[in-house]
Design a protein around this ligand. Structure first.
Ligand SMILES: [Zn+2]
Ligand SMILES: [Zn+2]
Length: 136
């Protein structure tokens, strides 16, 4: 079990399961909504990411609610309701607990990130994608 909170402490979260996946996401929604080249996501069953204090606000991008602290705007998690998942901002995890397995949506990447992980153009088969890779 992990307890964490936004930068200002208004919203606290409790994580009660191991992540189903940990990924770097390069999709344009993540880039624009978080003003980042790519983001770090730790994905859990929705009921394993619980809000223990505060009331996040949902900013909906292309139909997907992205929850933030109403006071400091720290991104908290994305509600992937169709899959019953919550995708946590992995910067909220304790140091050493983010061990990414892959890069997603590399077709949108603004800069290649060269490492030994698989670089999917969109999504792997196991996430409902095509498994297509980019060549960087
Ligand atoms: Zn906050
Ligand atoms: Zn994304």
């Amino acid at each position: 079990m992990i307890e964490t909170h936004c930068l200002c402490g208004t919203v606290a979260l409790k994580i009660t399961a191991e992540p189903l996946a940990q990924v770097y996401c390069h999709c344009s929604d993540c880039q624009i909504s978080q003003a980042a080249a790519y983001v770090l996501n730790s994905v859990y069953p929705a009921d394993a990411v619980q809000i223990t204090s505060g009331e996040p606000i949902a900013m909906t991008v292309n139909g997907t609610p992205r929850l933030r602290c109403p006071a400091c705007a720290t991104p908290l998690f994305t509600e992937v309701a169709s899959a019953g998942l919550r995708s946590l901002n992995a910067y909220l995890l304790p140091e050493g607990t983010f061990t990414p397995q892959m890069h997603l949506h590399c077709a949108d990447a603004v800069l290649p990130v060269i490492d030994a992980l698989p670089h999917y153009a969109r999504l792997p088969l196991s996430f409902g994608g095509s498994d297509e890779l980019v060549d960087w």
